[in-house]
Design a protein around this ligand. Structure first.
Ligand code: 13P
Length: 255
């Protein structure tokens, strides 16, 4: 089945509200053409402090708003945390969970990913659930075991209808910010394995779930990666900070 490609820019810890607004203005000028007026779904994930300004700047552009993280509790004494309801209030329609930087630097666990994804769904925000193996795990031939565990545990207990709402992002840790991209064949192999697991978890709905690739996606490699049958878009870090590069990647998603 034809899945609409989905390209999301993860701005990580970059851009003040003013800088973020300026980038959105540049994106807005070219996105309709780059995405051939909606053929590709496009979102950006600014830091929390820029969400409000970016939401305002995005109005009418067709670009959607994503958060980079969320806390699973609804409210309470959780200093520094942001709830799903707060993200909905800030106009987020997507939320990234389980990013490898959160897993590696901030102690995110598969159980945390599961709770965060459920909290987002409860607030009608679509989770982007990230999985990916380290270089050591790939070299030990453990890639499918690791991403399999991450996706099974992270999505545990979700109904097929909930699975339909979410996106999975395969981001090999060794490819993030390194300039070393997975080959199209390496990406396709893992994406196909992930879809098989999604089928076990949710049945036919697996054919509707988008699986993005992330890790050094650039204008030069985007089209080849996204031409693979199970690569349904991209989660873009560094290259999403420059309008020209991000728009070129969006164009790469067009068939
Ligand atoms: P880079 O595109 O900078 O490698 O980052 C990928 C990523 O982590 C997106 O979430």
């Amino acid at each position: 089945m034809a899945r609409r490609k989905f390209v999301c820019g993860n701005w990580k810890m970059h851009k003040t509200a003013a800088e973020a607004t300026a980038l959105v203005k540049e994106l807005a000028a070219g996105v309709a053409e780059a995405a051939r007026a909606g053929e590709v779904q496009v979102a950006v994930a600014p830091p929390f402090t820029a969400l409000h300004a970016v939401a305002t700047a995005l109005a009418g552009t067709g670009i959607e708003l994503a958060a980079q993280d969320v806390h699973w509790e609804a409210q309470g004494a959780f200093t520094g945390a942001i709830s799903a309801a707060m993200l909905a209030d800030a106009c987020c329609t997507h939320g990234i969970v389980g990013h490898s930087e959160r897993r590696q630097l901030f102690g995110e666990t598969d159980e945390g990913v599961r709770r965060k994804a459920a909290a987002l769904l409860g607030a009608k925000i679509r989770p982007i659930v990230c999985v990916g193996e380290t270089l050591a795990e790939r070299e030990a031939d453990r890639t499918l075991e690791v991403v399999g565990r991450q996706v099974r545990q992270g999505l545990q207990g979700l109904s097929p209808e909930q699975l339909r709402q979410l996106t999975v992002a395969y981001e090999p840790v060794w490819a993030i910010g390194t300039g070393r991209t997975a080959t199209a064949a390496q990406a396709q192999e893992v994406h196909a394995a992930l879809r098989k697991i999604l089928r076990e978890l949710g049945g036919p709905v697996a054919d509707e779930v988008r699986i993005q690739y992330g890790g050094s996606v650039k204008p030069e490699n985007a089209a080849e990666l996204m031409s693979q049958p199970d690569v349904d878009g991209a989660l873009v870090g560094g290259a999403s900070l420059k309008a020209k590069d991000f728009l070129a990647i969006v164009k790469g998603a067009l068939r």
